[in-house]
Design a protein around this ligand. Structure first.
Ligand code: HEM
Length: 531
């Protein structure tokens, strides 16, 4: 034992102590803790001579600087967030066994908001969907809801995601984004018309939210809730902003600074104006899901569609508030790692193919972006009342390597297990049906919700702004054929919509979507005609 009674190996630095570091209580040292008189001190041979390799202080400083950047997120690279707490106000225990949904339960949370396509330094007011991720640190492990501010998405076939995202990024040759050249942006969309609902939301008022506080969040994917008896329902999760919603017009967006949304959130929390959201769910029995497909051709595993709220009303479960700004952006936001596969008992993924792919993609990218032991970082580590034990060991930066606990199932120091009370067979086998290879064949139903947006949801002002935003964006599209195709897709939403766009762009679309072929999507209308 060391003289102060501590064991020699008992050397862990406290994370919270580090997080609360202030200038005045630190002493300047090298990374191995040796005090140094000044950061600008270098060892040089004479007044004009070369530097000495033995100067560890300078080598230490430069080599660490050389490695400061980790890869930015391949999507959602620009963002910000804060910490807060969640509480259950209206228990959901009849439908879900998750401990966090029982009466009186609450837990700490962290939230990250983001744009999708832009790079880490890009503008907060870009026209883009917004990411809205919440990490609930429940007593049964972390539950992550990795959501967006729009209820639907551009695609229903996960294989399209990387290709679609590439059209939102820089062109391989010109290195330009769609802000300067929108050709590939519209080329992709005009070949994949199942995107039309999300495109109208993106190009409409909701494409540039006023700030992060005034946005709703939607998981979009169907998820499953299981109760203690093993009964389950499908569910959609919504976060409803207590601040309401607001938007910025395309013209106004030029008046905001690149970090306007980050600034807004930081200052609101600093000033004690803590933003809050209600957590609500829509639920559906397996039978109702079959009926919805049978009667309305809405597939619950297709996130280009929404669940009609008249039929499946929202039920409030709880609420969360953001009341703590981060102290260190890199440690608490850049390194936070959300994953749709993080679900406590009682919350399960559905068979939605996009969700199923995401279950793989997020932990895979985290291992690349942050490292194999990313779950051990304080912002990602679960805060369970029990001590976590498993058989994952070593790897780069293994700070919590589970001490001397045996790294196998030992009879000498047995590990404790909690029994699973439920059987796992909750697939919806006969509904899943036979294997198919193309998921995106377009159908009449794909146009119902976009048509309702144009005809019922948008007022005249919103319609005019939509047409202006689209035609403005298309003005940098270099191929007329692409504009023609996209207008034809919009024609199937509404003749009025298409003819206004034709006027605004000066390009005449085709007469009907039925004669078109798509490189990424089978044209269900053409098949119908053939039959
Ligand atoms: C971030 C993949 C669809 C919401 C990411 C990241 C990847 C990814 C690789 C970066 C994660 C990181 O580096 O930490 C995919 C794939 C998809 C898909 C492969 C489809 C096949 C979606 C959908 C939504 C969504 C449908 C919303 C409903 C988000 C959000 C983030 C994100 C909010 C940012 C997370 C954060 O704040 O750290 N996605 N994504 N993604 N994705 Fe997806």
């Amino acid at each position: 034992h060391a003289p102060d009674g501590k064991q020699n190996g008992d050397l862990h630095r406290d994370y919270n102590d580090d997080r609360n570091a202030q200038g005045q209580d630190t002493l300047y040292t090298t990374s191995n803790g040796v005090p140094m008189p000044h950061p600008y001190e270098v060892q040089r041979v004479g007044e004009n001579g070369p530097l000495l390799l033995q100067d560890f202080h300078l080598v230490d400083l430069l080599s660490h600087f050389d490695r400061e950047r980790i890869p930015e997120r391949v999507v959602h690279a620009k963002g910000g967030g804060a910490h807060g707490f969640y509480r259950t106000t209206d228990p959901l225990d009849d439908l879900c066994m998750a401990d966090i949904f029982q009466a009186g339960k609450e837990c700490p949370i962290s939230v990250r908001f983001s744009t999708v396509g832009g790079e880490s330094g890009s503008h907060d007011c870009a026209r883009d969907p917004r990411g809205f991720s919440v990490k609930f640190r429940t007593d049964e492990g972390n539950w992550d809801v990795v959501a967006n501010n729009t209820p639907v998405f551009f695609l229903r076939d996960p294989a399209k995601f990387p290709l679609f995202i590439h059209t939102q990024k820089r062109d391989p040759a010109t290195h330009l984004t769609h802000a300067d050249d929108s050709t590939m942006f519209w080329d992709y969309l005009s070949q994949n018309p199942e995107s039309v609902h999300q495109v109208m939301i993106l190009m409409g008022d909701r494409g540039i939210p006023e700030n992060w506080r005034k946005m709703h969040g939607y998981y979009g994917h169907t998820t499953k809730l299981v109760n203690k008896k093993g009964e389950w329902v499908y569910a959609q999760i919504h976060f409803k902003s207590k601040q309401g919603t607001g938007f910025i017009t395309q013209e106004d967006s030029n008046n905001y600074s690149p970090d306007a949304h980050q600034k807004d959130l930081y200052n609101a929390i600093k000033n004690g104006d803590f933003p809050g959201w209600d957590v609500k769910v829509q639920t559906m029995t397996p039978k109702e899901a079959e009926d919805l497909w049978e009667n309305q051709k809405i597939n619950v595993f297709d996130l280009t569609h929404v669940w009609p709220q008249g039929q499946f009303p929202l039920r409030k479960v709880g609420e969360f508030f953001l009341n703590e700004n981060v102290k260190n952006y890199f440690a608490e936001i850049e390194q936070i790692a959300f994953n749709p596969a993080h679900n406590p008992p009682g919350i399960e993924p559905s068979a939605d193919p996009v969700l199923q792919s995401r279950l793989f993609s997020y932990p895979d990218t985290h291992r690349h972006r942050i490292g194999v032991n990313y779950q051990q970082l304080p912002v990602n580590a679960p805060r369970t009342p029990y001590r976590i034990g498993n058989f994952q060991r070593d790897g780069s930066m293994a700070f919590y390597n589970q001490g001397s606990r045996p790294a196998y199932l030992s009879s000498i120091q047995p590990t404790q297990f909690r029994e699973r009370t439920l059987d796992l067979d909750r697939t919806h086998g006969h509904f899943a049906g036979k294997a198919v290879t193309f998921l995106s064949e377009i159908r009449e139903e794909d146009f119902n919700a976009p048509r309702a947006l144009w005809e019922k949801v948008f007022d005249e002002g919103a319609r005019e702004r939509l047409v202006k935003n689209i035609s403005g964006h298309m003005s940098t599209c270099t191929k007329e054929e692409i504009i023609k195709r996209q207008i034809t897709i919009f024609r199937h939403v509404s003749e009025d919509f298409a003819s206004r766009l034709e006027k605004a762009t000066g390009v005449k679309g085709y007469e009907s979507i039925k004669s078109m072929s798509f490189n990424g999507t089978h044209n269900g209308f053409a098949t119908e005609d053939k039959n």
